[in-house]
Design a binder for this molecule. Structure first.
Ligand SMILES: [Ca+2]
Ligand SMILES: [Ca+2]
Ligand SMILES: [Ca+2]
Ligand SMILES: [Ca+2]
Length: 355
């Protein structure tokens, strides 16, 4: 699914969306996005599942489960699931759209990917990675660029995520069957200034990577963090030290610029996993091991059941529900009744069988 709007994008106006689409002789109508209308309205997407969408059409020319290109803040996105996308779950190229209640299950590539000046607000999002499924490009729960060149172009990628639950491929200290292309809980790179607060990450090969490897201004992703434009705060990062880098920089010098602050403002524990925080995080579709319906509600008494903070200016906006728990789901399961975790078994070929 590809939504294209007229909100600002740092690649300019009337940009062609990737994915090898057919312009049908009218590029402006069918394949271009980006403009000057911040509150542009691309309609409403509510209680929607996108199952088995997404494909790398050609290298660096991909269709995601849902692609948002320049989608504006007048658009409504709420209760949307992407199940087993062949590329990213959700990818935003610029735009200002906000969203709540997003689910990405078993994505091949990244779960929540932000580029080209996306500045929306997202609250309550779940990603669950499948142990054996990952992409040669490296699969991250969060991947973020200002743009592909790490430029200073405006608007900067400055989306704010709160109350996200990201379940990686590792359920414990075993590495059996884990696809080697699984990478970071978050790779924030190329001069991005996204922010992530009040969230739970658990079971990733590598942890939080503030990446200066492709930037046009020396150290700019790190500088975004130390200046407070990129906020990563009040999160729990468990079991994400398989390569000895639950906090990762390009080198020791770069890492020293941010490690103390990152550890002080978040909880890291390499010895614990999602089962400490989430009711039943490791159930998968029936064609995989450990089949069943996952339950992402927070475990009573766990450190995720309390501790959310909405004091940072990134999350004081009225858009954010001021819940007490960290992660995407409190005790009330908002995934119930509309999401699906075993789409391959749905009898869509029988008319009337799926209501
Ligand atoms: Ca993508
Ligand atoms: Ca990606
Ligand atoms: Ca991207
Ligand atoms: Ca990737």
């Amino acid at each position: 699914m590809i939504l294209l709007g007229k909100a600002p994008v740092n690649a300019g106006e009337n940009v062609q969306i990737e994915g090898g689409l057919d312009a049908k002789g009218n590029a402006a109508k069918y394949i271009q996005y980006g403009g000057t209308v911040a509150n542009d309205n691309s309609g409403t997407l509510k209680y929607v599942r996108v199952e088995y969408g997404g494909i790398p059409f050609s290298p660096d020319n991909e269709i995601n489960g849902i692609t948002f290109g320049g989608v504006g803040s007048g658009t409504t996105i709420d209760y949307v699931e992407v199940f087993r996308s062949g590329d990213d779950g959700f990818e935003w190229f610029g735009g200002t759209v906000n969203a709540k209640h997003l689910i990405a299950i078993g994505s091949v590539d990244d779960d929540f990917d932000t580029d080209n000046g996306f500045s929306g607000k997202i609250q309550f999002g779940i990603a669950q990675r499948y142990v054996t499924v990952a992409d040669v490009s490296g699969s991250n729960a969060f991947e973020s660029d200002n743009d592909k060149d790490g430029s200073d172009k405006l608007p900067k990628t400055s989306a704010v995520f709160s109350n996200m639950t990201l379940i990686g491929p590792y359920a414990a200290d075993n590495t059996a069957n884990v696809n080697a292309n699984h990478q970071h809980a978050a790779q924030i790179r190329r001069n991005s200034s996204i922010s992530i607060l009040n969230s739970v990450f658990a079971g990733f090969a590598e942890g939080i990577y503030i990446d200066n490897s492709k930037v046009t201004t020396a150290g700019s992703t790190t500088a975004n963090y130390t200046a407070g434009n990129l906020v990563f705060k009040n999160n729990i990062v468990y079991g994400s030290n398989k390569k000895g880098n639950e906090v990762k920089g390009d080198n020791a010098t770069a890492k020293a610029l941010f490690e103390t602050k990152l550890r002080a403002e978040n909880t890291f524990d390499a010895t614990k996993f999602a089962v400490e925080l989430i009711t039943d995080p490791y159930k998968y579709a029936s064609e995989f091991s450990n089949p069943g319906t996952p339950n992402f509600t927070v475990k009573a008494g766990s450190i995720a059941a309390t501790g959310a903070l909405f004091t940072d200016t990134k999350v004081t906006d009225a858009f954010f529900d001021k819940v007490t728990y960290r992660g995407a789901v409190g005790t009330e399961d908002w995934t119930a009744g509309w999401s699906n975790f075993d789409a391959g078994k749905m009898p869509y070929t029988t008319p009337g069988a799926v209501k």
